[in-house]
Write a protein that binds this ligand. Structure first.
Ligand code: C5P
Length: 225
């Protein structure tokens, strides 16, 4: 049954526009949305709250396995409620993103989150946002996209996003963080960030969100409808 429910995977580095594109795509198609990065961010945030060493793969995998989280769809993506508390803003902070990339490098953490991610495959379909959606979590996805953009463009987008939210930001620091996260995500041995062999590559550096969405909808039309 689950196998016939279509999955669209959108993988790519931080700031490639995946989050926005996945939200728009899920809304347009009436599909469910899996923000897999939120699960790694939640693991990091829960670990930091418990003062654990995020480099400890056994302890962080325990935290990942027992995450008591509920996601609620919202216009701005998903609202994450951890142990009854809305932690949506906490998990979007830079520290949560850096922490997520540390815990995400642990195989036991990735294993602990695998089935939870697959359980999002529900009718009428799923849009899955992440790094290894097309390679590891949903290898049979009907549409696979690898969305990227230059590091400079991604840092600029993040800068505008933070300033727009009224937060302080430094472009150079953001670029350094993005490069550090890219290195950690692409060079780790567990599910490294790389395009699936059957993924469609889209470089959004010079594309508008609308153009990217149109390109993906064309693929969906060809493969699903
Ligand atoms: O996508 P997002 O920026 O929320 O992801 C935060 C971090 O979680 C990434 O930098 C990456 O290290 C990790 N991640 C991952 N696999 C996923 C999603 C996120 O390793 N499927």
């Amino acid at each position: 049954m689950a196998l016939s429910i279509p999955v669209i995977t959108i993988d790519g580095p931080s700031g490639s526009g995946k989050g926005t594109i996945c939200q728009l795509l899920a809304k347009k198609l009436g599909y469910h949305l899996l923000d897999s990065g939120a699960l790694y961010r939640l693991t990091a945030v829960a670990g930091m709250a418990q003062n654990v060493d995020l480099h400890d793969d056994v302890v962080t995998a325990e935290i990942a396995r027992h995450l008591n989280v509920v996601f609620h769809p919202a216009d701005s993506g998903v609202i994450a409620v951890l142990d009854g508390q809305d932690v949506t803003a906490d998990i979007r902070k830079e520290a949560a993103g850096m922490g997520a990339s540390v815990v995400a490098a642990h195989i036991p953490v990735r294993d602990a989150l695998l089935e939870r991610q697959r359980s999002f495959q529900q009718a009428p379909g799923l849009v899955a946002d992440g790094r290894d959606m097309g390679t590891t979590v949903f290898p049979n996805a009907v549409v696979k996209v690898f969305l990227t953009a230059s590091a400079e463009e991604r840092a600029e987008r993040r800068y505008k996003q933070l300033i727009g939210r009224g937060e302080s930001a430094n472009l150079r620091d953001l670029l350094d963080d993005i490069k550090a996260r890219d290195t950690r995500d692409t060079e780790r041995s567990a599910s490294p960030l790389k395009p699936a062999s059957d993924a469609e590559l889209i470089d959004s550096t010079k594309m508008s969100i609308d153009d990217v969405l149109k390109a993906i909808l064309l693929l969906v039309e060809k493969r699903i409808n």
